[in-house]
Design a protein around this ligand. Structure first.
Ligand code: FAD
Length: 476
């Protein structure tokens, strides 16, 4: 008799090691039918950004290969999630489904409906612990409220993180508990997405579990000790670059946390603190579902932002005339990723120098980041804007030239992404508009032809932003 399989429903947990849903399915002892459903219309979310779609296609290809090597098959489908799951149950006679929880409000609301509907159909449904260090209802303030301030959250979280998981992936060639009858699957090529502008992404990234493990290992061997002192310098690889791997669940965050052992590496606490920010942001989104739509601080809801398509375009294309800002925006376009300090600098520039609504920036990042994640992106944009939880005060406005001198002192980062400025010296490169004409001519730079003049005066823009802030905050 054919044994009915368990469905293993992959989402943002595209890994086989330390995957709680897979472990539970293995424990059941039934054949396992792994499935990924691309539901761009009704997954509770806006559509994935294009850079994320690129990553997803590559990561699914890796997962498909890894499962095939074990003797299984990844079933790929597109369509409305619940209807597709029901189709698969009908086609295969599956009696059980396992998946890892998600916490973003649109996703978790949809999951609740799916669980209810499938249980109503008579299916056993099990959801499992997730891609975060805590579950957002577990940590509370002394008053029983959710945590809105990072430092106490971090203290609580540090005491709370459970022991390391030790679930190894099945390894032997025929180790996958295979189904006797596999249902049809979409071709992996249809899930790959490679618009022309992403053609260089593969030089910078290796999506998938093996790439994630390699990245973590490399960081532990050659990065974590210097992490606290190097993490703010975008010209060097001073951070782990794990964010897209974590965003797609290609490595367990518990594994990242526990492998950064404070007794062994001096940067471990600083690194764990950043992982905790990731949890904090999801905690906030879980408790404040309007995170992407509304500033948390109500007075910011009437902030007099400008609408200027030309200004927005200059920022998106890295043509503001401020080299550090432009280098960062070009890094984003060419690699699908941007260094954290540069995200803060470019976000501050858009919101506070250009006075453009943070949501416009959030939307651009959503489309172009390979690590785009609603909680991380939304909470960080609100943080920079000064309208979010535990946010940087609005009046702290980054000076793009000072940031450039401080964090890219030799101009190496600028030279990498703006080759047309490469001949300028370390002193000149931060503000080409201040370089004498004859020197510009000698370095083949023509302002407004080879590189733009600044699109605004930072000192004046700062005053305008502060006046707008006083207006909404009622401060004189
Ligand atoms: P590391 O410094 O090595 O940190 C390790 C891990 O900690 C990261 O991989 C990430 O998962 C987490 N982390 C680090 N910094 C933060 C932070 N500020 N907030 C939350 N988690 C953090 N991160 C995303 O993953 N997705 C996003 O969509 C995203 N949007 C952002 C938008 C803005 C405006 C800003 C200022 C930050 C944003 N970040 C986002 C956070 C941060 O910039 C990236 O996580 C970080 O740059 C990733 O690089 P890394 O992996 O080398 O980080």
């Amino acid at each position: 008799m054919v044994q009915p399989p368990s469905l293993l429903w992959f989402r943002r947990d595209l890994r086989l090691t330390n995957n709680p849903a897979l472990q539970a399915a293995l424990r059941d002892g039934k054949p396992i039918m792994p499935v990924f459903i691309l539901d761009e219309e009704s997954d509770g979310h806006r559509r994935l950004g294009r850079a994320s779609r690129w990553w997803l296609g590559q990561s699914l290809t890796e997962l498909d290969t890894a499962i095939a090597q074990l003797g299984g098959r990844l079933i790929l489908r597109t369509g409305p999630t619940l209807a597709t799951l029901r189709e698969l149950v009908l086609e295969t006679g599956a009696c059980m489904i396992h998946f890892n929880r998600r916490y973003d409000p649109p996703g978790s609301n949809l999951d609740r409906q799916i669980i209810e509907a499938l249980r109503g159909d008579g299916l056993a449904v099990e959801d499992h612990a997730p891609n975060y260090l805590h579950e957002p209802w577990q940590l509370q303030t002394n008053q029983g409220d959710f945590c809105k301030v990072f430092t106490p959250f971090w203290r609580r979280l540090s005491q709370h993180v459970g022991p390391p998981a030790t679930h190894r992936a099945p390894r032997a060639p025929h180790a996958w508990p295979a189904c006797e009858n596999w249902p049809s699957s979409g071709a992996i090529e249809h899930f790959q997405y490679k618009p022309a502008w992403t053609e260089n992404f593969a030089h910078h990234w290796q999506p998938g579990e093996a790439g994630a493990r390699h990245r973590l290992q490399h960081f532990l061997e050659d990065g974590i000790d210097d992490y606290p002192s190097k993490r703010d310098y975008p010209a060097i690889e001073g951070t782990s670059r794990l964010s897209p791997h974590l965003a797609w669940g290609e490595i367990s965050v518990h594994e990242a946390w526990h492998s950064a052992e404070p007794a062994k590496c001096s940067g471990a606490v600083a690194f764990r603190r950043e992982l905790a920010w990731r949890d904090f942001n999801m905690h906030l989104y879980f408790h404040y579902p309007d995170l992407l739509r509304q500033p948390w601080r109500e007075n910011f809801r009437k902030f007099p932002f400008r609408k200027s398509a030309a200004m927005l375009k200059a920022w998106q294309q890295g043509r503001t005339g401020f080299p550090l800002v432009d280098a960062a925006m070009r890094e984003l376009w060419q690699t699908g990723w941007m260094h954290n300090r540069m995200r803060m600098v470019t976000a501050s520039f858009l919101i506070k120098d250009q006075l453009i609504d943070w949501q416009q920036g959030e939307t651009w990042f959503w489309d172009t980041l390979v690590d785009a994640d609603p909680a991380q992106n939304g909470a960080n944009w609100q943080w920079v804007a000064g309208c979010g939880f535990d946010a940087a005060p609005f009046f702290r406005i980054f000076n793009p030239v000072i940031q450039s001198v401080k964090f890219d002192p030799q101009g190496d980062y600028i030279r990498r992404w703006i080759p047309e400025l490469a001949a300028l010296s370390a002193k000149e490169i931060h503000q080409p508009w201040a370089v004498p004409e004859d020197r510009l001519a000698a370095t083949n730079i023509q302002l407004d032809r080879t590189y733009p003049r600044p699109i605004l005066d930072h000192a004046k823009a700062r005053q305008t932003a502060l006046a707008a802030f006083r207006q909404v905050s009622g401060r004189s």
